[in-house]
Design a protein around this ligand. Structure first.
Ligand SMILES: *Cc1c(COP(=O)(O)O)cnc(C)c1O
Length: 418
């Protein structure tokens, strides 16, 4: 056994989260390093979904809105997510996609920043220039609708870009491509010092590391639940509106579900109190209740322990890659400093698309982000250190085989296409 394989064994033996893997449907043939794109299936979800469909829907039918807790599921499940992102209860609702929640949050932030109707004093939105694309598209549309201009800046440039014109700043907590973790406390403080509102996208941090929304005074936040929260494909996203801002949260998508008296069927809109004014229409109950079951894997798990293991996993992966992969074949674009690292490692690699295909064929599942990035997500609840050592070893094999034989031709065609 190699020295690193022995080290992996020792790290796994000392891992206090090792037992959590049993809570998921996984097979040992595959090392699953794509939980930052689609989290694995928690073992209790199929049974729950079966019950929701057959009994709650099939037998109770309409009665389930009350008797099975369908109606208040968005707030109830929001409260279940809250401790994972450092929020007290009553500030998160679940529903709609991340994209839709980005829209609600950015428009609402601009409206808060310009409280007098018709007087847009703050008419600029700053957006993370390295953002996951959907956030940028939505911010551009939100800017047009609110009469603002949109200015893309990197998170590092935000403090200098802020001014008395800034209404809202939309940032990704962790960069989806490089895995870089941005400094949420200090950026939020800078946004506040300029009198603007901070909107954070937590897609790649919730469930992977402590966020501290309340502690750091974040105004609005959104995130998906199908990555590190394992809610299943297309599971509903969430929206956080800080307690003291809720009365001023003026949603651009007021629906009957966010009405103070939804069954009053009244002509005029009157927003509900609290976080639930972030709701819109009828919630997607099947996905939502699958998510609720999925969140049970967090029972008894501390997010600090998850973070500690996540850093140990990514450190160990970088160590194994350094040992197994010949110098210069791959280049990590993920920061080395723990304070700047999320829960993934991104390796720039020639012919990355072909390399990832070969990795997947050999049972190591990560993903490929164009043009040249191999992405490996490390989900502490179900990835172990032996998995990490195996992934790095298989990567070295693939690079030797694929880059040695098939790749030059593929790389040439790619270069010709550019
Ligand atoms: C995954 C992800 C999204 C996804 O948005 P959807 O509306 O769920 O498709 C948005 N933003 C970021 C930063 C993401 O990582």
């Amino acid at each position: 056994m190699s020295e690193l394989a022995a080290k992996a064994g020792a790290l796994d033996a000392a891992d206090e989260l090792a037992g959590a893997r049993k809570r998921f449907v996984l097979d040992d043939a595959v090392v699953y390093l794509d939980g930052n794109s689609l989290g694995a299936l928690p073992a209790n979800v199929p049974g729950r979904v079966e019950d929701v469909v057959r009994r709650q829907w099939g037998e109770l039918r309409i009665r389930s809105w009350d008797e099975s807790g369908w109606w208040d599921a968005p707030e109830r499940i929001g409260d279940r997510i809250a401790p994972l992102v450092g929020a007290a209860p009553g500030q998160i609702v679940v529903g709609d996609s991340t994209s839709v929640n980005v829209f609600k949050a950015v428009v609402a932030a601009v409206r808060m920043a310009n409280p007098i109707a018709g007087e847009a004093v703050r008419d600029e939105i700053l957006v993370d220039a390295t953002t996951f694309p959907t956030d940028g598209y939505i911010a551009e549309s939100a800017a047009r609708m609110t009469g603002c201009s949109l200015r893309p800046v990197t998170p590092e440039q935000v403090p200098d870009a802020l001014s008395g014109r800034t209404a809202a700043v939309l940032l990704n907590h962790v960069d989806y491509r490089t895995g870089r973790l941005h400094d949420l406390p200090s950026l939020t403080a800078a946004v506040h010092a300029a009198g603007a509102y901070a909107v954070w996208d937590l897609c790649h941090s919730a469930g992977a590391l402590p966020v501290g929304l309340d502690e750091h005074g974040v105004d609005l936040a959104i995130g998906c639940t199908y990555k590190y929260l394992n809610g299943g494909p297309g599971s509903p996203a969430y929206l956080y509106v800080r307690h003291d801002l809720q009365d001023r949260f003026d949603s651009p998508l007021p629906g009957w579900n966010s009405h103070a008296d939804p069954f009053g069927m009244r002509g005029e809109f009157e927003p509900a109190a609290g976080a639930l004014r972030g709701r819109v229409g009828t919630p997607d109950i099947l996905s939502m209740l699958a998510l609720e079951a999925a969140l049970e894997v967090w029972d008894g798990v501390s997010i600090e322990a998850v973070r500690a293991k996540s850093l140990a996993l990514t450190d160990f992966f970088l160590e194994c890659v350094g040992a197994y992969v010949p110098e210069g074949r791959v280049e990590s674009v993920t920061p080395v400093a723990h304070a700047e690292r999320g829960s993934q490692v991104a390796l720039r690699c020639e012919g990355a698309g072909d390399v990832m295909k070969a990795l997947i064929e050999r049972g190591v599942v990560g993903d490929f982000r164009r043009p040249d990035v191999l992405r490996f997500g490390f989900t502490p609840l179900y990835v172990g250190f032996a998995d990490v050592e195996r992934a790095a070893r298989v990567l070295a094999d693939v690079l030797a085989d694929v880059l040695g034989e098939r790749l030059p031709e593929a790389a040439r065609t790619q270069a010709a296409r550019r």
